[in-house]
Ligand binder design. Structure first.
Ligand code: NDP
Length: 503
């Protein structure tokens, strides 16, 4: 594996990089080698409090929220340009920290830039309305930014998810305190340098690396937040909701998932197999909309499992920084152990392993957290692997006999985030899209994403939507202004109030 020099990042507060007040740093490991690759300043509650104070000052007294929208937009375009200009380098930083192949991470940088460009376009288009209620009053609304936004982000798409949240927040005129995941903080921290270079004023973006239960909790607990936006696991969502809920801070949660890939018997099997392989194993299966359950018509079940096993046996596993690599390791030793324990539990409950289920063989895989793409067949709905989010390169293949049964299996989980439907029958595709409980549905595709489309889930997958023109409103609130224009004054307690309406 490629060796890398140790990188060091401090905390970004008030436009300056500074160490944590404790002077502590934590190490970031390359999951492909187990080597330490970076030292990050470890923010304590006092640093997080400073970051929120800096964001609050920048919001109340800085130029950002009052800046001409067009100028805010120009700065965001510059951020997008700088990201695109550094795609390879950012992709590499991401690959060494979360283990995703550089072919995935570098190409994702283009999508990251597109979020900044899409939301930059809203900066000078945030507007209110006038509301007719009669001739005595003139009513209007203005949309105002929510203030300081706290953002807690995961490691699986570190810069993309941070940017999905940053871009609309900044476009709306909010200021931000970002707490990236401790597991892959490099690219969401480097965005601080990019933002400063693009001309973002001091304090508008603050970055406090650290651990969930310390710096994350301190951020979630801060009553000065105008909004808290989390992408992470469902259990983290429950914990954070309790903390932030006590301060009545508005929340937006993008949480876990267990997406079904429903395959009907009228498909071109090769296309569905290729689609399922992509859905299940991109990012080593560590995506919230991972195709974690292939629900396949019984008449094609055996052939599907066989073809999928053949397909994934050709996936090239290896060094994430090698452009030929198609699949890297999983993020960490705890993740590696958790995923393999799910495979074991599936076998104990009667499932069979049609492919993978272990570390690939070879000296190059010894020190990293590599797991073969794993296909579990003969899976029943009552097994743990069919119900819980595994968040790794494991797909459960489950047979069905009727359309109703396919929908019932798809919905029989606590999550409701993504789903793909593979069929050539147009009416059936739309019926199933209507009946599956998920916020994002693909027909004959999986994992498509664009800043202009809404993203989010139902049930334990969270609430609120990212992306689309509606999302800008999630970072602003209407302020209603009522102007009395009636020439005649009213004295409620005098004679002119009698017979008039109270409000
Ligand atoms: P986690 O829930 O572990 O962490 C998410 C963020 O919250 C991290 O910054 C983490 O910090 C922080 N955090 C953890 N615990 C707390 C706490 N008690 N208080 C405050 N902050 C806390 O998620 P992962 O990073 O492991 O990401 C994987 C999860 O994210 C999966 O469940 C996946 O489905 C979900 N996800 C959802 C998406 C969606 O769009 N719905 C998209 C991508 C992922 P730290 O890492 O330092 O602990």
């Amino acid at each position: 594996m490629t060796s890398v020099q140790t990188i060091q990042y401090d905390l970004l507060i008030d436009g300056e990089w500074r160490p944590a007040q404790s002077g502590e740093y934590f190490e970031v490991e390359n999951p492909a080698t187990g080597d330490s690759i970076a030292r990050m300043a470890n923010a304590g509650p006092e640093d997080v409090a400073d970051a929120v104070a800096s964001a609050e000052r920048a919001f109340l007294h800085g130029p950002w929220s009052d800046m001409d929208g067009g100028e805010r937009g120009r700065i965001m375009w510059r951020i997008a340009d700088l990201i695109e200009g550094r795609m390879e380098e950012l992709g590499r930083l991401e690959s060494i920290s979360n283990g995703r192949p550089i072919s995935e991470t570098a190409s994702q940088m283009r999508v990251v830039a597109s979020y900044f460009r899409y939301f930059a376009g809203f900066c000078d288009k945030i507007q209110g309305s006038t509301i007719p209620t009669g001739s005595s009053h003139f009513n209007y609304t203005v949309r105002v930014p929510l203030g300081v936004v706290g953002q807690l982000t995961p490691w699986n798409h570190p810069l993309m998810i941070a940017s999905k949240k940053l871009a609309p927040a900044l476009a709306a005129g909010c200021t931000v305190v970002l707490k990236p995941s401790e597991w892959a903080p490099l690219t969401p921290t480097e965005i601080g340098n990019i933002a400063l270079e693009a001309g973002l004023p001091p304090g508008v973006l603050n970055i406090v690396n650290g651990f969930g239960p310390t710096s994350g909790k301190a951020l979630a607990s801060d009553p000065r937040l105008g909004k808290l936006d989390l992408t992470g696991g469902t259990e983290t969502g429950r914990a954070v909701a309790q903390i932030a809920g006590a301060n009545l801070v508005p929340l937006q949660f993008e949480l876990g998932g267990k997406a079904p890939v429903i395959v009907f018997d009228d498909v071109k099997l090769e296309d569905a197999v290729n689609g399922c392989a992509f859905a299940s194993f991109i990012a080593s299966g560590q995506t919230c909309i991972q195709g974690s359950r292939a629900i396949v018509h019984r008449s094609i079940y055996n052939q599907f499992v066989e073809m999928l096993a053949k397909k994934v046996s050709g996936i090239k596993i290896g060094d994430p920084t090698d452009t030929q690599t198609q699949m890297g390791p999983v993020i960490s030793k705890p993740a590696y152990d958790r995923i393999l324990s799910y495979v074991k539990s599936a076998k104990d409950e009667g499932a069979s392993v049609a492919h993978g289920g272990k570390k690939p063989e070879g000296a190059q895989f010894e020190r990293g957290y590599f797991i073969e793409p794993t296909i579990l067949a003969d899976v029943r709905q009552d097994m743990r692997v069919a119900q819980e989010e595994i968040f790794g390169p494991v797909v459960c293949v489950i047979p069905f006999d009727s359309e109703d049964e396919a929908v019932a299996i798809a919905n029989d989980i606590p999550y409701g985030l993504g789903c793909s439907i593979w069929t050539r029958d147009v009416a059936r595709a739309h019926r199933v899209a209507r009946d599956v409980i998920a916020g994002v549905i693909w027909i004959n595709d999986h994992h498509r994403l664009h800043p202009a489309v809404p993203w989010g889930g139902f049930k334990d997958s969270g609430f609120g939507r990212e992306g689309s023109f509606e999302f800008i409103n999630e970072y602003t609130a209407p302020k209603y202004v009522c102007v009395r224009i009636d020439p005649e004054a009213v004295d409620w307690y005098g004679s002119s109030g009698t017979g008039r309406r109270l409000n």
